[in-house]
Design a protein around this ligand. Structure first.
Ligand SMILES: NC(=O)c1ccc[n+]([C@@H]2O[C@H](COP(=O)([O-])OP(=O)(O)OC[C@H]3O[C@@H](n4cnc5c(N)ncnc54)[C@H](OP(=O)(O)O)[C@@H]3O)[C@@H](O)[C@H]2O)c1
Length: 231
């Protein structure tokens, strides 16, 4: 999803800074972006869990970006998370602690400048905890609440925060899963929606839009009924 988003912004002429744990593996993606869109692309080593390094990471960038997009996440295995606390903590940290801490630091840099857009990719899974993915979902719920608070804090500073809640997306994360086509987006479609939301200054977007309705229904089911359902 991250690369599709990078392509969408590069297509509009944005220079791109790609941050990842193994930046060497992004050399081909960098060359592709440069050739296609004639923009400058730089690669940066970054681990969202290494929060002590977040400030120095930001200070080391060749220039402070106008838009920061966080796609960090880990689906994990719900069944394993129920007994393997190491795995559960890994999912909690990758979906909440890492994304929230880096975006909190970026927010401070953007606030000092007085401009910028922060885009956090959360998930519909954070809208209601379900038996099949509540460790992941609860971390996303925390991240969604963090983004809401950050947006509220920065509303009068010139810094905008957009929350993205994808439903199913056909990426490496969902490889091999049997996803319903009507509810599944391509990374390119998600990128298109994110770019549209960015242009409009949207606060919260769902990808695909039908997920807003699906989740409104799921959230409105009374707890006494919901706990007996398998959805
Ligand atoms: N695919 C879906 O159906 C779906 C639905 C709802 C929400 N989402 C969310 O969308 C976002 C993008 O996911 P995706 O579908 O594109 O899957 P993905 O390809 O697995 O992307 C997740 C990315 O997070 C990175 N990451 C994980 N831990 C990190 C860390 N500690 N530091 C830096 N990077 C880290 C991974 O990097 P490595 O390459 O180093 O592992 C990977 O590039 C995630 O937040 C995901 O939870 C996905």
């Amino acid at each position: 999803m991250g690369l599709a988003i990078a392509h969408r912004f590069a297509k509009e002429g944005f220079d791109v800074q790609l941050a990842a744990r193994r930046p060497d593996e992004l050399e081909r993606a960098k060359a592709d972006l440069e050739v296609r869109y004639a923009v400058a692309v730089t690669l940066h080593a970054f681990d969202a869990l290494d929060f002590h390094a977040h400030e120095s990471f930001m200070a080391s960038l060749p220039k402070l970006p106008y838009v920061a997009v966080c796609v960090v996440g880990l689906l994990g295995d719900q069944r394993a998370n129920e007994t393997d606390l190491e795995a559960a903590v890994g999912v909690m940290r990758a979906n909440y602690e890492g994304p929230a801490t880096i975006l909190g630091v970026i927010a401070n840099f953007f606030e000092a400048r007085g401009s910028g857009t922060i885009i956090g990719v959360s998930s519909v899974a954070g809208d209601r905890g379900r038996a099949t993915n509540y460790v992941y979902g609860s971390a996303k719920a925390g991240f969604t609440a963090f983004l809401s608070g950050l947006r509220n804090r920065l509303a009068k500073t010139g810094v905008h925060v957009m929350t993205v809640k994808p439903g199913f997306v056909a990426t490496r994360m969902t490889e091999g899963m049997n996803l319903p086509p009507a509810l599944t987006a391509t990374p390119e479609a998600v990128a298109e929606r994110i770019f549209g939301g960015y242009q409009k200054g949207a606060n919260v977007i769902y990808t695909k839009p039908v997920w807003r309705l699906v989740m409104a229904v799921i959230v409105s089911i009374p707890e006494g009924v919901f706990k007996k359902l398998k959805i």
